[in-house]
Ligand binder design. Structure first.
Ligand code: ADP
Length: 503
């Protein structure tokens, strides 16, 4: 039997201990209990003394399982034994206790019992739980951010990176933690970012820089970064960057769209000017032809001036062709809009020029869509467009090669015509200018530089598009796309400028 604390000089001390404490003998029976214990559990001495530990703590007849109770270890003299006790008290609060078990030894050093000291750790547990909750919340918050968040220590080792890194750079966050920041960006850019931080009181906003994807592709980003301070000294850096690829793409589109507007305004101005000149030239040219013809008729057929007159008439005809082109380009000509099959228009265009000697050594391949590709348009103007494209194709091949014409319906229900040649292609620097009026690379007298600009005017007026689909050493493909229905303006224009019956 152990010495009862009451009978020993430390009994008062035992009672003054701030922790609820009981003394158990080797059979787990409570031999002493302090006042704090009785008060804490609202028990009387009788309800505690002489009862076994599990009866007092758990109101249970059976001994607690070994994984929960370390009494045996404490009895064996092991240090640092404690049981965890978790319950809901009468006030409905969750209570967490650590019950420390300390071996009590007699004068010979033999363990004669165990001292159980209760330490309430509810407060700490609650703090821990709320900390975990806060941590989880912060984690979720960081991971739901659109931007990529990267924290690194002062040596540039990555400490944390959020889930967005997967979407933006294709890295799993785990692949980056512990690795150097240079996995994400060029060393020089990182040094520069650090210098900026040093020079801007530890906070930098909106810096344009670049980072790498997992396969080493560069991604332009906007970076906000700052130092994390502890006791006034920087201990880490945090960077948040956003992917600029989409934004830059949009900006490029905008610039292109703006350039197109400028281009079409330029073309419109040129068109008006061309129309003015064409009108002015039309009358004198008609005069020259008529008077040359009259002179020709008034001279005998073998007169030496006949040849010169022929030259005058031919050249004047060429000038009138140019004037006609200018008028078409400037959209001043007459218009007749009707429903028509675009494959048929292409075939008509081809038939009009096929006998030209330049076609002699050209193989022509035609792939027409099996059904009519109906559009609303001016047949004559559209035919002229395809004549221009076909003649350009043949010119590009110097009369030798394969000319392929294909018509089809595309995914957006546009009626498409492709004219491909096996010529030398269009130089990159000329590519932007081929649709400009008067742009030509052909010899003087061979090209007017109006063919494609007329084609451009006619096709855009029909609500369609004309473009160089492909060009290179293997040849060039021009693509014309036309909608099924003509735009209202074209139909209105056609009504207003109905061709007058001749005669
Ligand atoms: P032109 O034929 O009178 O020169 P266009 O406006 O029809 O005028 O064409 C402008 C220029 O575009 C041509 O001079 C030529 O340099 C280029 N081009 C047009 N079509 C082709 C083609 N199929 N292959 C190569 N270059 C072409």
């Amino acid at each position: 039997m152990m010495g009862h604390p009451a009978g020993n000089p430390y009994a008062r001390l035992f009672n003054q201990l701030p922790f609820p404490t009981v003394v158990l003998n080797r059979e787990m029976v409570v031999e002493a209990v302090n006042q704090v214990f009785l008060k804490r559990y609202g028990l009387s001495e009788d309800q505690v003394l002489g009862h076994r530990c599990h009866e007092v703590f758990y109101q249970s007849e059976s001994v607690c399982p070994e994984n929960r109770c370390h009494f045996a270890e404490a009895l064996a003299g092991q240090d640092n034994c404690f049981n965890l006790h978790h319950y809901v008290n009468r006030a409905g609060e969750e209570v967490f206790e650590e019950i420390h078990l300390v071996a009590l030894r007699d004068d010979q050093g033999e363990v004669e019992g165990v001292l159980e000291i209760v330490r309430d750790i509810s407060q700490a547990k609650r703090l821990e739980a709320s900390l975990t909750e806060t941590n989880e919340f912060l984690h979720r918050l960081l991971n739901s951010m659109v931007g990529v968040v990267v924290a690194a220590d002062m040596d540039g080792k990555i400490l944390f990176v959020n889930q967005s890194v997967k979407r933006v750079l294709d890295f799993e966050p785990e692949e980056l933690v512990g690795k150097p920041l240079t996995m994400l960006g060029p060393p020089e850019d990182l040094r520069q970012a650090r210098r900026l931080l040093d020079n801007s009181r530890g906070q930098v906003q909106g810096v344009r820089t670049k980072v790498f994807t997992k396969i080493g592709e560069e991604v332009p980003v906007r970076l906000n970064s700052s130092y994390v301070y502890r006791d006034g000294a920087p201990v880490a850096t945090v960077g948040i960057f956003t992917d600029l690829r989409e934004k830059l793409k949009m900006e490029d589109h905008l610039v292109q769209a703006r350039m197109q507007v400028v281009h079409s305004e330029k073309l419109a101005r040129l068109g008006r000017m061309a129309a003015g000149i064409a009108h002015e030239l039309n009358n004198p040219l008609t005069g020259i032809t008529v008077y040359a013809e009259l002179l020709k008729e008034s001279l005998p057929p073998d007169h030496p001036a006949q040849n010169d007159l022929n030259y005058i008439i031919e050249d004047t005809e060429r000038c009138r062709d140019i004037v006609r082109g200018l008028l078409e380009y400037s959209r001043q000509g007459e218009l007749q809009v009707e429903d028509t099959d675009i494959s048929e228009v292409v075939e008509d265009a081809f038939n009009l020029i096929r006998d030209n000697s330049v076609f002699m050594h050209v193989e022509v391949v035609r792939h027409y869509f099996p059904e009519p590709l109906m559009i609303q348009g001016d047949k004559k103007l559209l035919r002229q467009v395809f004549i221009n494209l076909l003649m350009n194709a043949v010119d590009a091949m110097d009369g030798r090669g394969t000319l392929t014409v294909t018509t089809y319906l595309d995914a957006e229900d546009f009626r498409c015509v492709e004219v491909s040649d096996t010529g030398g292609g269009i130089d990159q620097e000329n590519l932007r200018r081929v649709f400009d009026p008067f742009f030509t690379t052909k010899a003087v007298g061979k090209g007017t530089g109006l063919g494609l600009s007329v084609a451009f005017g006619v096709i855009t007026r029909h609500g369609g598009e004309i473009s160089v689909k492909e060009t290179g050493q293997q040849g060039t493909t021009f693509l014309v796309r036309l909608p099924a229905e003509a735009p209202h303006e074209l139909l209105a224009f056609a009504r207003a400028y109905k061709p007058q019956p001749r005669g």
